[in-house]
Design a protein around this ligand. Structure first.
Ligand code: CUA
Length: 337
């Protein structure tokens, strides 16, 4: 029985570990924030326990008896009360001072982590849309930009400075393993700094209710070695390959001639739409529709055939492709690695 109770107590803690967790310390800012959170929990926890203890002690001392206000408790009692009050006030003041100073120093060290020792910093721009993330990477010289969607790659140990924008409503950027939250507000430029300390796959999630599909606004985050990141960058900077099979070629023609190319961009082709996710390397991503479906042939079919069935209310319309057209479009998208 006792063991079962202990297991139940541990269960919520088990939920704190993994790809979407703020206790892992996978990012410098997240680790700082976690230490501050722990200190707040300890200080406020001690105060709470003391208040409850004093309350219980007072109730027990009274022992259910009615005290008469006319009874004079004596001078000694009054002096004792004054001392207790002074000690308690000093204790509260000390606790608040500790928390204030800790907040200040945490803020300073988070800002320091954003400034690299060797000046190396990655500049990224993220625009939130209902309900997906538009991501642009700028090369250090700003001569080259790559664009992707719903998937963030970061090199370990290099600070990333991310500018945050929104095109419609307020969203919130949150990768709990790496740092705290930051809002993306229409008409306003915000930013956040990340310094990943460990490689791994993490999950980001929009953390501000932004409409019916708010929960389906996730972000795959890959923290990798510098070499792996450079290789990824080079591959993302390539234009889309021209399809080689007749079926994929038919899909290519469909995408270029029909609605798709009005909204989506595919570098190196005539599709230059900017209002929907960039599809240049869509098949290289881990998921579809901002983390709604894992990437795969079956999911591509499901998404293109009925995007409103998968994620009701999103901006991708029902196109009504004939089966042969659907086969062709999926075959083409699968070549966009
Ligand atoms: Cu975007 Cu919630």
């Amino acid at each position: 029985m006792r063991r079962a109770a202990l297991l139940l107590l541990l269960l919520p803690l088990a939920g704190c570990d993994g790809i979407q967790s703020m206790t892992g310390g996978d990012g410098a800012q997240g680790a700082e924030f976690n230490s501050l959170f722990t200190l707040f929990m300890v200080v406020t926890g001690v105060v709470y326990i003391l208040v409850i203890a004093f309350l219980i002690a007072a109730l027990l001392r009274r022992g259910g008896k009615r005290t008469d206000v006319r009874d004079d408790p004596g001078e000694g009692h009054e002096r004792g009360l004054t001392t207790a009050l002074v000690v308690w006030t000093a204790f509260i003041a000390l606790g608040l001072t500790v928390l204030t100073l800790a907040s200040y120093f945490t803020d300073r060290s988070m800002a320091a982590a954003a400034v690299p020792a060797n000046g190396e910093v990655l500049n990224i721009e993220i625009t939130a849309n209902q309900w997906w993330w538009d991501i642009r990477y700028h090369s250090p010289t700003h001569t080259e930009t790559i664009r992707t969607a719903n998937e963030l790659h970061l090199p370990v140990g290099i600070p990333a400075h991310i500018q945050l924008r929104s095109t419609d409503v307020i969203h919130s950027f949150w990768v709990p393993n790496l740092a705290g939250k930051q809002d993306l507000i229409p008409g306003r430029l915000n930013d956040i700094d990340l310094l990943p300390r460990r490689t791994g796959l993490f999950r980001g999630q929009c953390a501000e209710f932004c409409g019916a599909q708010h929960a389906h606004m996730a972000l795959d985050v890959t923290v990798e070695s510098r070499d792996a990141f450079r290789a990824w960058w080079r591959q993302q900077a390539e234009p889309a390959k021209t399809p080689t099979t007749p079926l994929a070629m038919a899909g290519y023609n469909y995408v270029m001639q029909r609605e798709c190319s009005v909204c989506h961009n595919i570098s190196g082709t005539g599709a230059t739409g900017q209002v929907a996710p960039d599809l240049t390397h869509v098949a290289s991503r881990k998921s579809l529709a901002a983390g709604t479906l894992p990437m795969g042939r079956g999911q591509l079919y499901a998404w293109i055939a009925d995007p409103q069935g998968v994620k009701p209310g999103n901006n991708m319309p029902y196109i009504g492709l004939e089966p042969q057209e659907l086969h062709a479009v999926v075959a083409y998208l699968e070549t966009l690695k």
